[in-house]
Design a protein around this ligand. Sequence first.
Ligand SMILES: Cc1cc2nc3c(=O)[nH]c(=O)nc-3n(C[C@H](O)[C@H](O)[C@H](O)COP(=O)(O)OP(=O)(O)OC[C@H]3O[C@@H](n4cnc5c(N)ncnc54)[C@H](O)[C@@H]3O)c2cc1C
Length: 266
Amino acid sequence: MQITEYYKAATVEDAYQRLNLDSSNAILGGALWLKQTSKPIQTAIDLSALKLNVIKQESAYFEIGSMVTLSQLYDADSLHQMTDNLLKESLASIMGVAFRNMATVGGSVIGRFAFSDLITPLLVLQAELVFYHQGQMRLTAFLDQKKPPKDILISVRIPTIKGRAFFKKVSNTVLDFSILNLAIFKHESVLIGVGARPGIGTLAQAMMDYLNHADKIDETVINEAVEIGLQTIQLSHNQRAQKAYRKQVLKTYLKRGLIEVMNCEH
Ligand SMILES: Cc1cc2nc3c(=O)[nH]c(=O)nc-3n(C[C@H](O)[C@H](O)[C@H](O)COP(=O)(O)OP(=O)(O)OC[C@H]3O[C@@H](n4cnc5c(N)ncnc54)[C@H](O)[C@@H]3O)c2cc1C
């Protein structure tokens, strides 16, 4: 990482103006990913004076500031009680505590990492993103943007919906990137997210539609849903795993996860 100038923003507007002054200006989150990159940064913009490192509980949602670290998020007990520890489990699978003390929620979302163990659970929790310029949008809409405009992520909002959850990260070693990850969240309806396919996390829409319209949930319905999932969720190969391997582990954990969250005997 090569930085020419460091700038500590006084307000979000100030950060936004500075970011858009030059195409090679960049916001600093924890800078852990930026440090791995070789593209030179003209001005690195520090948001640490903007009080974005706070988690607030409102009646309709939890608001997670973009500068909240993964460790702070890991310690957000009331959020984890509501979401059956979904985020806590996913965060526990990301490197170690020292790393999570620095990595931020903002950098993790804006990075749109295909291997992300945070984006997949955020998808099933129906997270909304609050940007300074673009305003509020669904995480799914942000992931669908081909080339997102340069903007400042202010916070991530998670609706206060209580549910049962399942999370699985498949990786070669504990500290490695995901070969596949899976998040399931069940409240009135069920949401299923699959990441590191190796494409970025996505909702398993056809499978969710099938399950959410079923009259009853038993093992036969779950088996049929898993088949629909395997036919419709796009999987591929990369240096970490073959498509066939991903398909096999997805089949196993989809069934296991659904039986768990649907409270279904088998
Ligand atoms: C060695 C290594 C191993 C990792 N392993 C895993 C893993 O197993 N699982 C996993 O899920 N993740 C993993 N990650 C990713 C990690 O968890 C973080 O998501 C990543 O480091 C980005 O967070 P950061 O705070 O360091 O962001 P930075 O590196 O500071 O920023 C990343 C990008 O986001 C932009 N940005 C940051 N904040 C904002 C904001 N508020 N508004 C607008 N733009 C912003 C930056 O300009 C930059 O483009 C790993 C990362 C590294 C370096």
